[in-house]
Design a protein around this ligand. Structure first.
Ligand code: CTP
Length: 398
């Protein structure tokens, strides 16, 4: 979604300026046209040549320099921008934005733009906590700026605290969130589930499966990037929370059922990508089961079938992970669970499924349609599913 987007990347004078090089590179690799604007102080930390080399575009820094086109460069950049990202944003630069100052290329650009502005502060913890900075950030938020909060950790001042520039992935997540605001799912609430539930046997062991959660996370990110208000209910996974997605972390099928029921009122669609365990221990042990030199049986009971149980007027999308008879099995599930769409994947394929970033699926719909998609990224699969969801929502509205 960043392809061809015009991103102005403002870099102000913090030691974290070197991290902006990574951000510029990642945005460029994603297909964006990145115009870097540096403050004078930023050029003390990183040279403009670093950014030019990464973005293949000139770096703007001097309002009156020979390289600026008659001082109108900031206006041109400001007008062309789809989004302005200031990372790192120092306390001084934030104060200037809050006051509407325009004494360098970056502040002029920010003041002149009608594009959304994202700021990612980086500074010493005391500066971040100072009431002046707190007030400035609150003012900027009020005016519609998006703030990507700094993280906690080691600071260049030698202290440990809040003030570290957010990770590039988080800043890019905010860019996508902002760019997607007017997407075709804007104003829609979508509930997505992900991961393999864990059903306890005793305090140490669980029944679970090989689901990585990647498919559900990718759908949630794709829906966010199209403007949806997304709730992602996930079973345990090491994946990071996607930016701008409301997260609910659960463990068991029952917890997932309760979270889905709580999230559904007002939702337009439920996409159940989670691999919900079909069985739970009938009576999980309160203490650890000790090893004995004989056979052990665990009594199992079926878990609630979330997709079959939940009621309401929303688009229902299920997944079918199959090892045999992919299409007939998936169609039987679609009918049994009254789904609008089922996404079937063959779990025996070794280039797709579980931990892979790619998937090869067949989408079956209620009208009998069957669409086999080639191998593609899970994010792209997510978008294909959401194309169907958007079309179904549009046909219902009509
Ligand atoms: N599902 C669910 N609740 C369950 C089990 C599954 O909501 N207790 C959902 C899954 O999230 C998926 C769909 O139902 O979207 C199909 O899941 P799957 O496990 O393939 O189907 P089952 O009905 O459990 O059939 P089987 O395990 O026999 O293949």
């Amino acid at each position: 979604m960043l392809k061809g987007k015009r991103i102005v990347l403002g870099v102000s004078g913090s030691i974290a300026a070197y991290k902006a090089a990574d951000l510029a590179s990642k945005l460029t690799q994603a297909g964006a046209l990145v115009d870097v604007v540096m403050t004078e102080a930023a050029t003390r930390f990183v040279t403009p040549l670093t950014f030019t080399s990464l973005t293949h575009r000139p770096v703007a820094r001097d309002l009156f320099g020979a390289d600026s086109e008659l001082s109108v460069e900031h206006v041109a950049l400001a007008q062309q921008a789809d989004v302005v990202v200031v990372a790192p944003a120092t306390a001084n630069t934030l104060a200037k934005f809050a006051q509407g100052l325009a004494d360098d290329m970056l502040t002029c650009t920010v003041l002149a733009t009608a594009a959304p502005v994202i700021v990612a502060p980086a500074m010493d913890g005391h500066m971040f906590d100072n009431p002046a900075t707190v007030h400035n950030l609150a003012l900027l938020k009020e005016r519609g700026f998006t703030v990507v909060d700094p993280g906690v950790g080691y600071l260049a001042s030698g202290l440990t605290g809040v003030g570290r520039l957010a990770d590039a992935s988080e800043i890019i997540g905010a860019v996508k969130l902002v760019l997607g605001r007017d997407g075709d799912l804007a104003g829609r609430r979508i509930v997505v589930t992900a991961g393999g539930t864990q059903e306890p046997i005793d305090p140490v062991r669980v029944i679970t499966n090989r689901s990585s959660g990647k498919m559900g996370f990718a759908i949630a990110e794709a829906a966010r990037d199209r403007g949806a208000d997304v709730t992602l209910i996930t079973a345990p996974t090491p994946l990071d929370d996607p930016v701008g997605v409301q997260m609910v972390r659960v463990a068991t099928a029952r917890e997932m059922r309760d979270a889905v029921e709580a999230a559904l009122p007002g939702a337009s669609a439920l996409v159940m990508a989670a691999a919900v365990a079909d069985y739970e221990a009938a009576s999980p042990g309160a203490s650890k089961i000790k090893k004995k030199n004989r056979r052990l049986s665990i009594d199992l009971l079926p878990t609630p079938d979330i997709l079959a149980e939940v009621k309401g007027d929303f688009i229902r999308v299920g997944f079918a992970a199959e090892s045999d008879n992919l299409v007939p099995n998936a169609r039987a599930k679609l009918d049994r669970k009254s789904l609008d769409l089922i996404v079937a994947n063959d779990i025996t394929a070794d280039d797709a499924g579980f931990s892979s970033d790619n998937n090869r699926v067949v989408m079956l719909d209620r009208a009998g349609g069957e669409e086999a998609l080639p191998l593609m990224s899970k994010y792209e699969v997510g978008n294909r599913i959401l194309d169907r969801v958007a079309a179904l929502l549009a046909s219902r509205a009509g």
